[in-house]
Write a protein that binds this ligand. Sequence first.
Ligand SMILES: Cc1cc2nc3c(=O)[nH]c(=O)nc-3n(C[C@H](O)[C@H](O)[C@H](O)COP(=O)(O)OP(=O)(O)OC[C@H]3O[C@@H](n4cnc5c(N)ncnc54)[C@H](O)[C@@H]3O)c2cc1C
Length: 382
Amino acid sequence: MRSVTVVGASLAGVCAARALRDQGFDGHITMIGDEVHLPYDRPPLSKAFLLGDESTVPLDVADLDVEWRLGCAATGLSGTTVSTVSGDVSADAVVIATGAAASRLPGTAGIDGIHVLRSLDDALALRSSLASGVRLTVVGAGFIGSEVASTAIRLGASVTVVEASQTPLSRVFGGELGALIAGWHRIAGATLLTGASVAGFVTDAGRVRAVQLADGTVIESDVVVLGVGSVPNVGWLDGCGLEISGAVVTDQRGVTSNPAVLAVGDCAAVRDPATGAVARDEHWTSAATRPAIAVEALLTGSSRKFAGLPYVWSDQYDARIQFAGRHEAESVAEIVEGDPTTGPFVALYRHGNHPVAVLAVSSPRSFGKWRRQVIDTSNLVT
Ligand SMILES: Cc1cc2nc3c(=O)[nH]c(=O)nc-3n(C[C@H](O)[C@H](O)[C@H](O)COP(=O)(O)OP(=O)(O)OC[C@H]3O[C@@H](n4cnc5c(N)ncnc54)[C@H](O)[C@@H]3O)c2cc1C
């Protein structure tokens, strides 16, 4: 194998290129990315970067030895030839790492003051509009919406968080602990409206003025952030012959239905061979660690599969949330350290007698200890 094209010049793409070099590949690597920026890290965009600290954003790509094609969108894939807006790139193998795009609500495109937060350019635009006294409405109390709300409170904005479900974060943490963490918004001085769906936006001369809820409530707003999820960037793969199910489907190594094509990061979904189900982790750690396994399969034919637990962290209101494992409806959470009503705590989720997930708030050491006890539910026989 003499050449590899990586499509998507961000975390998963960079980690794939680094894995190729670390595993001895000395051929040509072309990195195609539609953004004009060199690769950067996204987690700070809703945290330190919004507060003005840019130091943590760039990803280290100094010694990758790749040909960069930035500001160059891929438009199609045929075998291992990638079509782009500026011509075709053929190689012996392709890594698909095109991530995901922030979802928008219908009719919001082009309205000034309504933001999403996925890219550096999104963060620059949002940062320039957040200031003390600004009335910010965040739609969606998931991780990104909650982090933006928390950062905006620190900047002195007047913040309302609108969440469609009655119990925010319950899918991730379960009802009780999800409600507890979502409750931090109120403690910090934001208004949290749950079970509230957005019916539309009031605009004036193309600029947002208010958010209208289905129950008739009108929230005067200078700035709106939509934190309503993301969709994998796979439209450019239409008709390429790979299996796509919302995301690019891979085996547990990250290899697609074409053995010379890998898919990693937020654009990929992994098929569980036991159940046939496909699952996608939209977490930094998955995008950073899975590419090395996929590259090993590409270079050596190895059957080693990813063995780690899903892990996500989030920083909100001076607390560090860490969660590892898989929480399901039937899991039962028990506080094993600390007290959630007063400060740091650790909760262990059990499925029957098996510890299947751990949640820690501002308890990094304890998190490490409890995490080692958690088993992967995808290997659980009940
Ligand atoms: C604001 C924010 C905060 C986050 N905070 C956390 C956190 O605290 N903890 C955590 O675990 N995770 C967090 N995440 C998630 C984490 O950043 C992602 O899981 C990770 O960035 C995924 O990396 P990726 O390389 O797969 O995709 P991306 O980072 O989305 O990169 C994909 C790249 O491909 C490019 N691309 C798309 N289509 C094309 C095309 N057709 N041609 C060429 N290039 C294309 C995109 O523009 C992008 O540059 C956060 C994400 C965001 C947006």
